[in-house]
Design a protein around this ligand. Structure first.
Ligand code: DX5
Ligand code: ZN
Length: 225
């Protein structure tokens, strides 16, 4: 089984101390930071724009991945890459031109990633899976942190693991939403290579360092990275 990378999402961080919260994640061993961009249209909440990426970029040299939960992502991608995104995650539901958009993301030197809602069939990925660097499976309906993991996600991760392996594809397989100490081991066993952790890492019960250690303990020793 591949070792699992745990990527912090700042959605549940204390934004009044954003720089510190990012540095705490880095000290706890994070190797990337996940930034959830919501536009109040594709999903109800509104969150972060490129200015927040600049602020995170100033706090850390870790790679930043931007999860675009926005309508018309074509209009937004370039600004986020210019603001420092190394990976851009696009919802397949938001564009008729996912393949072209992935090419454009790569042409600008960033990694192209595609994600899909829990209700979207995996077959939607057919035409693009060979031409992206990362496939993300939502473990919750996008829009909010702290929601319970949808159990059917595990079958979807297993199916995608199988699909990627059978075709000899090396895209990262990431699960976003509902990952915590109760669910992380089964997500790893299903074949994910990366998980996003928001409320499991940023909460008022413990430090980011302790929370990261707790998540790693929930994995077998050879699975944590
Ligand atoms: C949800 C976001 C997630 C969110 C995960 O729409 O895409 O990245 O931060 O939060 P948790 O880990 O609390 O489910
Ligand atoms: Zn996300």
């Amino acid at each position: 089984m591949t070792a699992l990378q745990i990527v912090p999402s700042i959605l549940s961080a204390d934004l009044g101390r954003l720089g510190n919260q990012v540095r705490e994640a880095q000290s706890a061993g994070a190797r990337a930071i996940h930034i959830d961009v919501m536009d109040g249209h594709f999903v109800p909440p509104i969150t972060f724009g490129p200015a927040i990426l600049h602020a995170v970029r100033a706090a850390t040299d870790l790679p930043l991945e931007v999860h675009l939960m926005v309508s018309n992502p074509e209009a937004q991608v370039d600004a986020f890459i210019a603001a420092g995104a190394q990976t851009v995650i696009v919802h397949i539901e938001t564009t008729s031109h996912m393949h072209r958009l992935a090419q454009s993301i790569r042409a600008q030197g960033a990694r192209a990633a595609v994600t899909l809602n829990p209700g979207t069939p995996l077959t939607a990925l057919e035409g693009v899976i060979a031409d992206v660097d990362q496939v993300q499976v939502m473990g919750v309906n996008p829009g909010w942190g702290g929601q319970p993991f949808i159990p059917a996600t595990l079958d979807r991760v297993r199916a995608l693991r199988d699909w990627l392996d059978r075709q000899g594809l090396h895209a990262a397989l990431e699960v976003d939403g509902g990952v915590n100490e109760s669910t992380i081991a089964s997500v790893a066993q299903a074949g994910a290579t990366m998980v996003i952790a928001g409320s499991a890492l940023y909460n008022d019960r413990e430090s980011v360092m302790d929370a990261m250690a707790r998540l790693r303990r929930a994995l077998a020793p050879d699975e944590a990275q």
